[in-house]
Design a protein around this ligand. Structure first.
Ligand SMILES: C[S@@+](CC[C@H](N)C(=O)[O-])C[C@H]1O[C@@H](n2cnc3c(N)ncnc32)[C@H](O)[C@@H]1O
Length: 240
């Protein structure tokens, strides 16, 4: 599988990310089960398009997803990640796959910002069956990544991690709730831990997330940051 990379990306090697050492999934066991069930239902529906993970960390969840197809036909897998989460991230993801007897060449890597990968993907649009969003968790980042839903085929499944209902300053929640309000052709299949599972019921004659929506989220990011910082101070003060 050819990989595409952005030479301008800078690596930040100082960050200590536990999954970089354990190579494990950042999902908890229940969330992983729910993700695997979603993959199985996509397979049972006979949807064979691209399976896309946006944000892979050490590839722990990727390994689990690929293993779901052991003994059967592997659908095309795409991974979109800047690979700057920790030092040597791409090599680590590939090592994780190899350690699990999975072929890194069976995955197409887009080593770049997901926004750029989206533009890249538009040139030859995938007919995706499965989309897992778990990259930038801020409102503008998630909104930008939700643009990828235009590539999902009807009945395709969208999973989002770190959804926290009730938290009005959680970027994933804000983005997902607004997305669902504006896109009633997506139905909620379940929420396990913070893993939200949705299904696209049909195609629509417009993009699910317009450029204007992305701009709106970018403008709101400072306002949310400010509100979060007030909330933190208020909680600290309330504790005494
Ligand atoms: C929370 S981790 C992903 C965890 C992984 N899905 C798992 O279950 O183990 C977030 C990942 O998203 C990537 N990322 C964050 N912002 C991104 C962006 N704008 N474009 C592409 N990748 C991004 C980071 O490099 C990191 O690898």
């Amino acid at each position: 599988m050819p990989s595409v990379s952005d030479p301008k990306l800078k690596i930040s090697p100082d960050k200590d990310v536990p999954s970089a050492h354990t190579l494990a999934s950042e999902l908890n066991p229940d969330e992983l089960d729910a993700l695997r069930n979603a993959l199985r239902s996509v397979r049972d529906l006979g949807l064979s398009g691209e399976h896309i993970e946006i944000g892979t960390a050490a590839g722990g969840t990727l390994v689990q997803m690929l293993k779901t197809f052991a003994g059967g036909t592997l659908p095309p897998f795409w991974v979109v990640d800047t690979m700057t989460y920790f030092h040597d991230q791409l090599a680590t993801v590939k090592r994780n796959l190899t350690n699990n007897r999975l072929d890194p060449d069976s995955v197409r890597f887009f080593t770049m910002m997901s926004g750029r990968a989206f533009i890249e993907a538009q040139r030859n649009p995938p007919n995706a069956a499965f989309l897992f969003i778990d990259a930038d968790h801020e409102l503008h980042g998630v909104t930008r990544d939700l643009q990828w839903t235009c590539f999902l085929q009807p009945q395709g499944i969208l999973c989002m991690h770190d959804y926290g209902p009730g938290d009005r300053l959680n970027g994933v929640t804000l983005a997902a709730d607004r997305f669902l309000k504006r896109n009633p052709h997506f139905k909620k299949l379940g929420l396990t831990g913070s893993l939200l599972v949705l299904q696209k019921t049909c195609s629509i004659p417009r993009l699910e997330v317009s450029r204007l929506e992305v701009y709106r989220a970018e403008i709101l990011r400072q306002w949310i940051k400010l509100k979060r910082s007030f909330r933190k101070r208020w909680r600290r003060a309330a504790k005494g």
